[in-house]
Design a protein around this ligand. Structure first.
Ligand code: FES
Ligand SMILES: [Fe+2]
Length: 342
């Protein structure tokens, strides 16, 4: 281990990772914390593997066999609605010789058939057919062997599906999200929202640089001067794994100023602060989620390496807004504004 790494490792261990440069009340990380692969390895173990990661809305997998696949921390994960209605997650990796079961990012299927030698699994991950093992598999066929798909922890809260890749993290999702559910998700009726537009891409940046920009509103008056401009906010009462700010809207911040007269009205059950303003929240480590009265959007960052980050962006509306006659006419103005900001 070189001298730099020794210092970095020690500072990581002692909890003083922020104390490397102080500007007023702010502490700043050293540049190598954004580029060094060994530092990144420590972050994976200490931060990302124990955390819950947003996968999709439960409304995106409404029927038996509806599934999405997501890549987290070097693993491909299938999130699927099983026959019993429960949402489950598995590694997208055949138990025979580890071929990916699907290359689709979403779809619907009552089984997952491996393209290599056609081992087949049902929507609860159970191996049901293995040609090389003599055809159909029953519990008597393979005594002592569990060749079902490897499960990944998966839980749903207020319509948000999260997965967790740690073997020993026992924190349930609801405890992890804490008061985010009742302070933000339920008032905004996230559980009744549907994702209408998604994008995925990879950026040549460290994941922290991107989530750090979600944690401050100092830049909105400058880089977002044409779309957001000055945006007064107040902090919301948060907890350990999330925090956020609230912006009281006079007009929807999800449209360009000249299009704000076209904003959809929020559904009648979005009330109180949720009907009057927008919550900009970060659910650690990488989920930035914005809930305005009539629309939600998110930017999920998942690290690939110290200098590469995969990004998933989604836009969602409540079901009654999707049913409006003018939805297809007006929605592109929302996408235009959100795309420009992102
Ligand atoms: S690798 Fe999947 S059936 Fe052989
Ligand atoms: Fe921004």
């Amino acid at each position: 281990m070189d001298a730099t790494m020794t210092v970095m490792t020690n500072s990581f261990d002692t909890g003083t990772i922020g104390g490397v440069a102080q500007v007023g009340l702010s502490k700043m990380l050293r540049p190598e914390c954004y580029t060094h692969e060994k530092w990144f390895e420590r972050e994976l173990q200490a931060i990302h593997f124990p955390a819950w990661h947003f996968a999709c809305l439960s409304s995106s997998i409404p029927d038996t066999g509806s599934f999405v696949t997501r890549r987290f921390l070097g693993r491909s994960v299938i999130v699927v609605r099983s026959e019993d209605g429960a949402i489950r997650a598995f590694l997208n990796s055949c138990r025979h010789r580890a071929a990916p079961l699907t290359s689709q990012t979403c779809g619907q299927s009552h089984h997952f058939k491996c393209p290599f030698h056609e081992w087949t699994y049902d929507t609860s991950g159970k191996l049901t057919h293995a040609p090389g093992l003599g055809g159909y598999v029953t519990k008597h066929d393979l005594p002592g062997l569990n060749l079902n798909l490897v499960p990944v922890k998966c839980e749903v809260a207020a319509g948000l599906v999260f997965i967790n890749l740690s073997d020993d993290n026992e924190t349930p999702l609801e405890k992890y999200l804490s008061n985010y559910i009742n302070s933000v998700a339920v008032p905004h009726q996230i559980q009744r929202m549907h994702c209408v537009h998604e994008k995925a891409y990879t950026l040549a940046t460290n994941w922290k640089l991107y989530i750090e920009v979600d944690m401050e509103t100092l830049h909105t008056n400058f880089i977002h001067s044409r779309s957001i401009g000055s945006q007064p906010v107040k902090p919301v009462q948060h907890d350990r794994n999330w925090f956020g700010v609230y912006h009281k809207n006079s007009h929807s911040p999800a449209l360009f100023p000249e299009k704000r007269n076209l904003a959809f009205s929020p559904p009648p059950d979005v009330i109180g602060e949720a009907a009057d303003g927008t919550h900009f929240c970060v659910i650690l480590p990488g989920f930035f989620v914005v809930t305005a009265p009539e629309v939600m959007w998110w930017i999920q960052k998942t690290p690939i390496s110290a200098t590469r980050t995969s990004v998933n962006v989604g836009y969602a509306f409540h079901e009654e807004i999707l049913a409006r006659n003018d939805f297809n006419e007006v929605a592109p103005f929302y996408f235009e504004r959100l795309d420009q900001v992102i």
